[in-house]
Design a binder for this molecule. Structure first.
Ligand SMILES: [Zn+2]
Length: 189
């Protein structure tokens, strides 16, 4: 039933990047998000967990999923990225499918009892990220049962979370196993 559409030549570097980037791991927004999560004491997540939609970041034990969506590819409702000028039909079909798939995956996860969060690339830009995380992190903290660690205020200058602060808060959750930040091969079936 589905109509076969030939992929057009990428009309620009940015478009080519996006065409390749449907489900790339370790995009810059993901890396930023993961760093901020660890700094806030919300580590212990797994990457690309094998549930509907392969959430970028997931805490399977708590059934909490966090998608970090690229604005172009997933059609951000906040910054409304412009459509490619050429091959309009190809792109409209492609984007519609992406959006349908995103919605379907979220519904599947929710039906299976997951808490699902979606954060957009543009919400993680320098000027927006603090506001975004000020809303998101308290919710995650509650869902994960992990206390938030006060973030180091100045970029770059300090280590993410001083060991003393983590000890004081009892935030080291060794029982949960090591953080799988750089390791996606440990997924359980
Ligand atoms: Zn956006």
């Amino acid at each position: 039933m589905t109509k076969k559409l030939a992929a057009p030549q990428a009309s620009s570097e940015a478009v080519r990047h996006s065409m390749q980037g449907n489900k790339r791991a370790d995009t810059k927004p993901e890396l930023v998000m993961r760093r901020r999560l660890r700094e806030a004491g919300l580590g212990g997540y797994r990457l690309q967990w094998k549930v509907p939609g392969r959430p970028d970041i997931a805490w399977p034990g708590k059934k909490v999923a966090l998608f970090v969506n690229g604005c172009f590819w997933h059609r951000c409702p906040y910054c409304h990225p412009s459509l490619p000028k050429s091959h309009v039909e190809y792109w409209s079909v492609k984007f519609a499918r992406n959006q349908e798939r995103d919605v379907a995956n979220i519904l599947k996860l929710q039906e299976a009892g997951w808490h699902v969060h979606v954060v957009w690339e543009c919400q993680l830009k320098k000027r927006k990220i603090d506001d975004t995380l000020a809303v998101l992190f308290p919710v995650l903290s509650r869902e994960l049962g992990k206390p938030l660690v006060e973030a180091a205020p100045v970029e770059g200058a300090q280590p993410p979370v001083p060991a003393s602060a983590r000890e004081a808060l009892g935030a080291l959750d060794e029982a949960g196993g090591t953080e799988a930040d750089e390791d996606t091969s440990l997924e359980r079936l």
